[in-house]
Every structure is written in C-alpha cells, then in structure tokens.
Ligand binder design. Structure first.
Ligand code: IMP
Length: 440
C-alpha cells in the first residue's frame, strides 16, 4: 500500500500526464485533486494521442479506478464530452472506472463568461487565463455561493441556489458589457446533464480512504505546477487553486498520514503559458527552437508556450514547498543538438544575487538570471533505455540538475511514447520493499 502524489514543479505542462500514465500501471486508484478543465494532460500511446482535461490520465490503463476529487472545479459539459471522446477511442469501457466527488464545485456558464470578460477588461494587465471559468468558480466556492455536484440532483435545492447566485452574476456581466443568463435555461441544461453523469457520482473521500484501508496503491495526480499555486506561485499570475502536494489531501478527503511519497515532474528546460514573470525566458531563436522541437503549444488553448532555460531556483523551491522525494525529468530529448546549455543558478536584482525565489513580484519581473553553462550533446537520445546509454554530457546535465535542486531523479523521459522512458525507481515498488516510510 502506498500513497504517491505527483505534482508539477514549474509553471505547468511539465509532462505530468505521461508520468501518471506510466506510474498508473502500479496503482489501483488514481485521484485528481484540484484545478479543472484548464489542465491539458497529453498522453501518447502508439499512434494515438489523447488529451485529458478533467479525467485522471490513469483512465487509459485498464482496470483502474479513477477519481475526480472534491478539490476539482468541474465543467460538466466538457466532462461529458471528454467521456464520449474517450469511449469513441476505445477507452473507458467500464463506467465504474470513473467516480466523481459529489462535493466537487461546478463551473457554471456564468463563470466562463466572467473569466473571459474580466480578462478583456484587464487589458494589458491580464493574467492570460485559459478562459475556462476557473477563477470565478473557486471564488464562489470560497464565498460560499458555489453550486456543488450534489446540488443538481435535487431540483429544489438547485433552483434556489441558482436564484441566489444568478442575479448578482448577471448584474456583474452586464456591467462588463456582456449579456446575462436565463435561469430556466441553465436549470434545464444542468438537470439533463445530471441524469447523464449520475452513475459516476459518489462519496469519493470514502472510496479513497477505503482503498487505503484495503492496502491499495493510490496515485494522486496534480494539475498545473507549483509556480501557479495561489499561495506559493508567482502571485497574481497564478491559477486559483493550491497546486502543491498538500492539496492532495484536502482535495481528495484524506489525511496527510496517507502520503508516502511526493514525486515532482520537471521539464529539462522551462515553459510558461499566459502572463507573468519568467526570468529565464528566451525571446530569441533559441526560445523558438525549444518551442518547435518541444511542440510547445498549449494542450487546452493551443497558445504558443513561452520557452526558456532550466531554472534551478524554481525547481529547488518546488522541492521544498512540496516535500518532493524525487523528480521525473521530462523532454530531455528536446535538448539534443544544442551546443551549449544553460542552467539558472541565481537571480540578479539591483546589484544583489538571490539564490532563492523571491516573494516580491517586482524582483521576479526585473531580475536577470545568472547562468551556469554546460556543453550539450549532438546525439539523438530518444532510443536510450538506460541512463548509462546517454551521452556523457547528457548524464552530466542530469547530475548537475540533481545537485542544484537537491533531489534525486527517479525517471528520465526522452520522448512522447511510453517506451521512451528510463525508470530508475518505481515509487510504489520502493514502498513495498520497505525502504520508504513503514506502513501504518
Ligand atoms: P486559469 O487557471 O485558467 O485561471 O489561468 C491562470 C494561469 O494559469 C494562466 O497563466 C494559465 O495559462 C495558467 N494555467 C492554467 N492551467 C494551466 C495548465 O494546465 N498548464 C499551464 N498553465 C496553466
């Protein structure tokens, strides 16, 4: 039995989908614990490419139970589409494979419209959200006016909650120059979706805890990345949820004593989508080369991702705030053919060098990166299946990252496909061998 959490260590898009897909083969339950359809987890299996937004990537492995936890903000319309797309690709043959928390908050149509309208109104200062209504939905949760999945199964409760929420939303939308929504139309469409989703709805905290009691392996899958965490990220250029490992507990209804290991996923370079500081960003040919070689276009919005060198301060910080045991390093193959590689080891601001990420947005925005340079490699490494088979400079690059971030690398990914993976340590097996924390 083991509880393993997977989180992103940068600004999202680190390749968590692939890592979850690989580790899911050793897990029994896979739980998504925050975020919503802003996420886009891409998994490549043979010649098939599947992009998942709300359903845990574990759904692609047969006989696993996948859970959308209470910490997620659920876009029902998107979810029903995702389920039907999966089924048409031959996945999710068993409806019992997916359970959704009855406590999950719903992303309502007015949340999405507000998200987009507000961004438009912000002009130059916009955050660059995905426009999926994530911020407004989490705001309503905290303001205690959100609508939870369970509410739509009771017509009286649902209507009264809508009557409470909608007039204020419509007022706000009109002020932003948008049209409001008709209550009956929303009511009707959600009642229809309720009947379609009902078979998946459950008390998932009970299911996950029961899983632990029965000594199952549980994989807790985070979305976005540490630097997009609403507390620990580059605020206000963040998402509206906690993306760090601690959220795996609150977002799925388990206690911290259930967690045995935390795996961080890091890209071998850095990317970011949307606005906000990014000290190692490359607005030049090198950045363009990373984007093209890495296929760095958003899985949810299709936006080109901003690209830059690996930032050791960011990942070391993620190791700290998540309590990361080891790192899965992805997309190392994208660096094939770069004669020189750079790793950021400090930020320079007003004559001072910082070795930890700052809290001040000003420093984030105005600092200049301090780099360490390394020789690259010219060989194609995507066929390597052992670390020993990597070119000498690729091994040096990996070891240098390990040293700078203060965490071991447990996996190196060198291509999109499952087989293009060098697994150095299976976190579930490690727990079974008794090397990690003893069972409870
Ligand atoms: P929101 O989550 O849509 O509100 O967007 C807030 C910020 O988080 C924006 O900069 C988005 O681009 C970014 N973001 C949200 N989800 C993801 C993701 O899955 N990958 C990368 N960036 C994301």
């Amino acid at each position: 039995m083991a509880g393993v959490v997977i989180v992103g260590t940068q600004w999202g898009d680190e390749g968590k989908g692939k890592i979850v897909d690989i580790l899911a083969s050793s897990a029994d339950l896979i739980v998504r614990f925050q975020g919503g359809s802003n996420a886009g987890h891409t998994v490549v299996i043979g010649d098939k490419k599947v992009i998942l937004h709300q359903i845990p990537s574990g759904i692609l492995s047969p006989r696993k139970k996948c859970i959308i936890g209470n910490g997620v903000v659920l876009d029902l319309e998107q979810l029903l589409k995702e389920i039907s797309d999966l089924k048409s690709q031959g996945y999710m043959k068993d409806d019992n494979a997916l359970l959704i928390s009855e406590e999950a908050q719903l992303v309502m149509p007015y949340h999405k419209k507000l998200d987009v309208a507000r961004e438009k109104a912000r002009g130059k200062g916009k955050i660059g959200t995905t426009g999926r209504g994530i911020g407004p939905a989490y705001e309503d949760k905290v303001a205690r006016v959100g609508i939870r999945l369970i509410d739509i199964f009771d017509p009286e409760v649902f209507r009264s909650k809508l009557e409470q929420a909608l007039p204020e939303k419509n007022w706000y939308l009109t002020r932003l120059g948008e049209e409001g929504f008709d209550l009956d139309a929303i009511f009707q469409s959600f009642r229809e979706m309720a009947s379609k989703i009902k078979k998946h709805v459950a008390n998932t905290s009970l299911v996950v805890n029961e899983g632990f009691r029965k000594k199952k392996n549980v994989l807790l899958e985070g979305a976005q990345g540490t630097m997009l965490d609403v507390d620990h990220g580059t605020y206000p250029f963040v998402t509206s949820s906690n993306t760090v490992a601690a959220q795996a507990c609150t977002g799925s209804g388990i206690g911290p004593t259930m967690i045995d290991r935390v795996i961080g996923v890091s890209k071998a370079y850095t990317t970011r989508v949307g606005g906000g500081p990014f000290p190692t960003e490359l607005n030049d040919e090198t950045g363009e080369r990373l984007r093209e070689k890495g296929g760095e276009y958003g899985a949810t919005t299709g936006r080109p991702r901003r690209c830059g060198w690996f930032d050791a301060l960011v990942v070391r910080y993620a190791v700290r705030v998540n309590g990361i045991d080891s790192i899965a390093l992805t997309k190392l193959d994208v660096l094939n053919g770069f004669s020189t590689l750079k790793i950021c080891t400090g930020y320079r601001f007003r004559g001072k060098t910082y070795s930890e990420v700052p809290s001040s947005l000003r420093i984030w925005q105005e600092c200049k990166p301090v780099y360490e340079e390394m020789d690259g490699w010219s060989e194609d490494i995507s066929a390597a299946r052992e670390v020993e088979k990597l070119p000498r400079n690729a091994k040096r690059y990996v070891r240098e990252i390990e040293k700078l971030i203060g965490a071991k690398i447990m996996l190196v990914s060198i291509g999109n496909e499952r087989k293009q993976t060098i697994l150095l340590e299976n976190p579930f097996k490690k727990v079974h061998t008794g090397k990690a924390k003893k069972g409870r």
